[in-house]
Design a protein around this ligand. Structure first.
Ligand SMILES: N[C@@H](CCC[C@H](N)C(=O)O)C(=O)O
Length: 280
């Protein structure tokens, strides 16, 4: 039997497992089935809390299709609430090992309950070879790219995971027509998360996201950071902005070369499953 907690950060929902006190299966079939919204618990994917040799904890995260990602912004906020609420730590400053590097996290408490979480998301990476993005220039900043006979201006970067950002006049469009196409485009050998961004003013951005491995989600924390940094690079916003996503708002700042993200983290429910039920 496996204990789990379903949590969400502005609507980006994952199933969280304590992998310190129980053995958590991390194979694709199990992840796809528990994440299924009709036959499983239902989520955008799965996140596992693990011990770390040099940090407070280690996070591993998996998308809905079972693929593993190096970082998850909304996930790391809920991860941090999980370890505090489950008494795995009493610290309100944490260092968390991820496949995308060590992330520093600050918890805000209200009546001993974690409500808001701030994360140092690190330095954005622009070099195409490190995103990775197969493009014949060192960076892809507002480059006109032809896709399916249309020209799109893309800015690509890594926030530990790959993102490409496209500016649009409004967010009311059929994301299924373009999201999956960019996700699987040859230009991105490890696939990509795409942010569609509308600039409201210099302190306010709106975005929708098509996530690699999960499709359209209500929010993406690394995506909101990518969207802010791309907008900042192009001179479209200040260093301190609010990003509105379908599921809620994140506060993103750019300080001393690092991106900081702050937002809510919420528990939805807890439960116990029999692993075997998810292989049939
Ligand atoms: N929703 C996440 C990002 C999850 C991983 C992403 N789909 C990828 O494969 O890179 C976030 O909040 O950052």
């Amino acid at each position: 039997m496996l204990k789990f907690t379903k949590m969400q950060g502005i609507g980006n929902d994952y199933i969280y497992f304590d992998g310190i006190h129980q053995n958590v299966p991390m194979n694709k079939t199990f992840i796809q089935r528990i994440s299924d919204r009709h036959y499983g618990i239902g989520s955008d994917g799965m996140i596992v809390i693990l011990p770390s040799s040099h940090c407070d904890f280690k996070m591993r995260m998996f998308n809905l299709d079972g693929s593993e990602a190096k970082m998850c912004g909304n996930g790391i906020r809920c991860f941090s609430k999980f370890v505090y609420d489950h008494h795995l730590t009493d610290k309100t400053y944490l260092e968390i090992e991820t496949l995308g590097g060590i992330k520093k996290v600050w918890l805000t408490l209200d009546n001993q309950e974690v409500t808001m979480v701030k994360v140092d998301m690190g330095k954005p990476i622009l070099e195409t070879k490190d995103i990775p993005c197969l493009f014949d220039k060192k960076t892809m900043i507002n480059e006109a790219i032809e896709i399916n006979g249309n020209i799109y201006h893309l800015t690509s970067l890594s926030m530990g995971n790959p993102h490409t950002v496209m500016f649009v006049d409004n967010l009311d469009f059929d994301i299924k027509k373009i999201g999956p196409f960019l996700e699987k485009h040859d230009m991105f050998p490890e696939s990509v998360n795409t942010e569609f961004v509308q600039v409201v003013d210099r302190q306010h951005l709106k975005m929708r996201v098509w996530e690699r491995g999960s499709g359209e989600t209500k929010a993406c924390g690394t995506g909101a950071c990518a969207c802010m940094y791309a907008s900042y690079l192009l001179g479209l916003c200040d260093r301190d902005v609010f990003v509105d996503l379908l599921g809620g708002r994140l506060h993103i700042t750019y300080e001393d070369g690092h991106i900081f993200m702050e937002g809510e983290a919420k528990r939805i429910f807890e439960g116990i499953i029999n692993e075997e039920d998810f292989y049939v």
